[in-house]
Design a protein around this ligand. Structure first.
Ligand code: NAD
Length: 362
């Protein structure tokens, strides 16, 4: 999770949403689709995952502009049973496909106890947690997975064939408390390696390998012919478990959906062909199981948070707490803090698209 910038430029949440709508509207995206994307990107930034918010806006603009992503239409249900559905995303924006799938999964969960929906023909959808949280907000357990471009090198290999394939699980506790695990299955994001390279800094162990498959603390060999390490790092520190989790995500996404999978997913930042991502959305109604789910979930979270912190630490967190703190910080200052370089980049985009610039908080 990115730390908030020190000399931050504060932008109200609603203005972040409006800005995305303006930019996407300028390239012909219908309002409903632009809003779906805008809400997802704003939420990523609000939760502190700046790599997946406004930072990626120009990518979506380009995808719509070039026709690589389809700007209008709706996903279609190809095959459906009581608790499952297979959806074709029809190459629409990722959040449009994903909202459709998660809403379908939630309806099924309320009826059948579980809704397991898998999509092919989708696109990048920002943070996985945005969708699992939709289920959690309705008292359900939500899970969400997506495959992504191959960047991760399997344990003992040299070549990246898996994406950073995120996993998200969100479960309600009491009084709007929740457990929200939302994580990549690589040790770190590619962007972090790029940042270290730009600053001329070495990278920690467990982040990446060179083209020979050997762990490297130099960013360049990782970026040029190498790749990221799975969660856990090398074999000796359990990296094969992250490798297994990335494969599990691929099983639920590209393989179950018949979309692109593993090395067949188009390379990151290329758009020579449609992405055809596979994605998976699950909603589970805890009422289908033992009564008292939320009490026990809350008790488990409280148990962890109330543990005596290790020497030098001040508190024990549960998944979702860092993002909760970030959102509270945004609320206290009346908006989301952006780095000046990010603002400059967005104002350039606004000029290029001839839309009103991003307005900072007065
Ligand atoms: N769409 C895509 O292609 C794609 C690919 C990869 C990642 N992502 C997204 O990127 C975002 C960032 O992923 P990440 O792996 O860098 O996240 P991260 O490492 O910042 O956090 C991972 C999880 O750990 C929890 N956490 C963090 N510190 C904790 C602590 N001290 N104690 C307990 N829990 C703690 C967080 O709440 C979060 O649930 C996610 O939202 C993910 O969905 C998207």
């Amino acid at each position: 999770m990115a730390a908030a910038s020190v000399a931050a430029h504060i932008v109200p949440k609603q203005e972040v949403v409006s800005f995305v709508e303006r930019c996407m509207g300028a390239v012909g995206t219908p309002v409903a689709h632009a809003t779906a994307l805008a809400q997802a990107l704003m939420t990523a930034d609000y939760r502190g995952h700046f790599s997946h918010g406004l930072n990626r806006l120009d990518m979506y603009v380009q995808d719509i502009r070039s026709g690589m992503t389809v700007k209008d239409g709706e996903p279609t249900v190809v095959n459906e049973r009581a608790g499952t559905a297979f959806v074709n995303g029809n190459n629409l924006l990722g959040p449009v496909v994903s909202n459709f799938c998660m809403e379908l999964a939630m309806r099924k969960a309320k009826d059948a106890g579980i809704g397991w929906v898998v999509a092919c023909g989708s696109n990048h959808y920002s943070i996985a947690g945005y969708y699992s949280l939709k289920a959690c907000d309705q008292g359900l357990v939500g899970m969400c997975f997506t495959n992504t471009s191959p960047l991760v090198v399997p344990t003992r290999a040299r070549k990246p064939v898996l994406g950073t394939n995120p996993i998200s699980v969100a479960a309600p506790g009491k009084e709007s408390d929740s457990f929200v695990l939302d994580m990549a299955t690589s040790t770190c994001a590619l962007g972090k390696v790029e940042l270290h390279d730009r600053k001329g800094l070495p990278i920690p162990t467990s982040w990446g390998v060179n083209s020979a498959g050997r762990e490297s603390t130099e960013p360049k060999p990782v970026l040029q012919g190498g790749g990221l390490m799975p969660l856990g790092g090398s074999e000796v520190t359990g990296g094969y478990k992250g490798y297994g989790l990335a494969m599990m995500v691929e099983l639920f996404c590209g393989i179950l959906s018949g979309g692109a999978y593993g090395p067949n997913v188009r390379r990151w930042k290329t758009n020579d062909r449609v992405a055809n991502l596979g994605q998976c959305f699950v909603a589970i109604d805890p009422e289908a199981f033992a009564p008292g789910f939320q009490d026990r979930m809350q008790d488990m979270m409280d148990c962890c948070r109330n543990l005596e912190p290790a020497e030098g630490e001040t508190e024990v967190l549960v998944a979702g707490d860092p993002e909760r703190k970030h959102m509270a910080m945004c609320d206290a200052q009346g908006g989301i803090p952006y780095h000046v370089n990010q603002i400059t980049h967005l104002q350039d985009l606004a000029k290029q698209l001839e839309v009103a610039p991003l307005k900072e908080k007065k």
